[in-house]
Write a protein that binds this ligand. Structure first.
Ligand code: ADP
Ligand code: ASP
Ligand code: MG
Length: 464
């Protein structure tokens, strides 16, 4: 059994959905579980309609929803020939959109928008796209079953970034999905969405469909977890920033986890963990060019002598500098700093210490004021906003001399705010001003990949 996750651009219109059906049909013998994202842009539109309603612009919010309804109708009309099926789908979508309009009316009246309401609204995108695809697969004569992911993707109640309850999911997935797999039915379900113990809709956070796919794959001991997207695989950098980026044929779980965590959007940051637990290969593939072999992410890829494999980056980082001459060398100082971040559930990404200060990076600032207030009770605190992290990744970095030199050489003219060697020693991360991130990535890419070594590891984008 394999899991096949298709992202938003892979189901953006009828033509793309048709391609998806062909890809799924070819894998029929492996009884695929198809995990779907919303059609591209749908989640953004849904969230925007909720925010517009909260601002009191109900009519505008409803116009956004109407536009989204029309887009879905266009997709199904161009995809499914059977008129009766289309009419039934339209009737059910009308009901869903009426519910959405009611939610927006409530939000507009209260002027209040909770993460719980945001999840209720955002989840509809995946429900709609998956319903269309399931009907389309069926109308092409394949046996397919639409399954509501909320029946098995059980999570806690942290709306907008819910934490999966793995044991429960294992149980429910086996109970609900295994009989369908045994019957050779293609399962079509949603990524991104789940439900808490009361059955209320939750989501795993933006981009969470990749994570859903690997959770499902791990729960059912899949042979492979396929992530179908709009690029050939995991590349040496984001091709939108470095147009010369090349595809990596194979990388390790650890490398992929670091890249995803530090901003390589091609994988949700948590995707790798469930796969690692069961040692299931994750394969990133391009739905626009299904013949391409993609990138295989495995526990132990063959060793290469290539130190740097890829460069990731993220923006919107805040650096918190904590200084206390009195306490720096004192026992428990770091613990007291981290306990403040823990208390406010704010993950710290990078840490660097000097003789007189500790610098940390965070990417969510919701509770920053409270954090500063508590830290200020025992230390001096200063904040640097609008920073970016660049992360250079490769599992041979630790055993290759001169990589840091090359990094600093490429970034001679860039002011480095923080430098950290990852604990895993397979990455080096740099904090720089947000506005310099793109240029820095391009320079590093040029430094490490301008003359790509002659090895099987890399492949030009667009190759076989
Ligand atoms: P999907 O909708 O299929 O989930 P995403 O937009 O979430 O797709 O992720 C794919 C995008 O990730 C690519 O279009 C690319 O711009 C971006 N990306 C960032 N870093 C990388 C990388 N190292 N390799 C490949 N793609 C990357
Ligand atoms: N549709 C959701 C989003 O846009 C989840 C996903 O596509 O992975 O964030
Ligand atoms: Mg994505």
């Amino acid at each position: 059994m394999i899991v096949m996750k298709f992202g938003g651009t892979s189901v953006e219109d009828a033509k793309s959905m048709r391609t998806v059906i062909e890809i799924v049909r070819k894998e029929k013998a492996q009884t695929p579980i198809v995990v779907l994202s919303a059609i591209s842009g749908a989640t953004n539109t849904l969230l925007k309609s909720a925010k517009t309603a909260q601002e009191g612009k109900l009519e505008e919010a409803i116009l956004l929803l109407n536009g989204l309804f029309d887009r879905h109708v266009t997709v199904m009309e161009n995809l499914i020939d059977n008129r009766q099926t289309v009419q039934q789908l339209i009737a059910s979508f009308k009901q869903r959109f009426e519910e959405l309009r009611n939610l927006c009316r409530g939000i507009a009246i209260l002027g209040e928008l909770t993460n719980r309401s945001l999840d209720a609204i955002a989840s509809v995108g995946e429900l709609l796209s998956s319903q269309i695809l399931a009907e389309a697969i069926r109308s092409q004569g394949l046996s397919a079953q639409w399954v509501d992911a909320r029946t098995f993707m059980k999570t806690d109640s942290q709306f907008a970034s819910a934490v999966p309850q793995f044991e429960l999911i294992d149980c429910k997935a086996k109970e609900i999905l295994s009989p369908l797999i045994a019957a050779g039915t293609v399962i079509v379900t949603q990524g991104f969405i789940g439900s808490n113990d009361k059955g209320t809709t939750t989501t795993l956070g933006r981009g969470g469909s990749d994570y859903s796919a690997s959770i499902i794959g791990a729960a059912l001991d899949a042979d492979e977890i396929q992530i179908w997207t709009d690029v050939d695989g995991v590349l040496t950098a984001d091709p939108r920033i470095a147009p010369g980026a090349q595809k990596l044929r194979m990388i390790s779980f650890r490398e992929a986890a670091e890249l995803a965590y530090f901003g390589a959007k091609v994988l949700h940051p948590s995707t790798i963990f469930p796969a690692v637990k069961k040692d299931i290969p994750v394969v990133v593939l391009n739905s626009k060019r299904p013949e391409n072999s993609g990138t295989r992410i495995v526990s132990h890829p063959p060793k290469t002598n290539i130190p740097v494999k890829s460069i990731a980056c993220k923006r919107g980082i805040t650096v918190v500098n904590v200084q206390s001459l009195r306490m720096l060398m004192a026992y428990g100082f770091l613990e007291s700093i981290f306990s403040v971040f823990n208390k406010y559930q704010t993950p710290v990404d990078l840490v660097s210490t000097s003789e007189v200060a500790v610098s940390l990076t965070i990417d969510t600032t919701v509770t920053l004021d409270k954090i500063i207030a508590e830290l200020s009770e025992f230390a001096e605190v200063s904040i640097l906003e609008h920073q970016g992290i660049i992360c250079v990744v490769g599992d041979q970095m630790r055993s290759t001399a001169g990589v840091a030199d090359q990094i600093f050489n490429a970034l001679k003219e860039v002011n480095l705010v923080m430098i950290t060697q990852g604990a895993s020693e397979i990455n080096m991360s740099l904090v720089i001003d947000e506005t310099q991130v793109d240029e820095a990535v391009r320079r590093l890419h040029k430094q490490f990949f301008e003359s790509i070594p002659d090895t099987d590891l890399f492949e030009p984008v667009g190759g076989k």
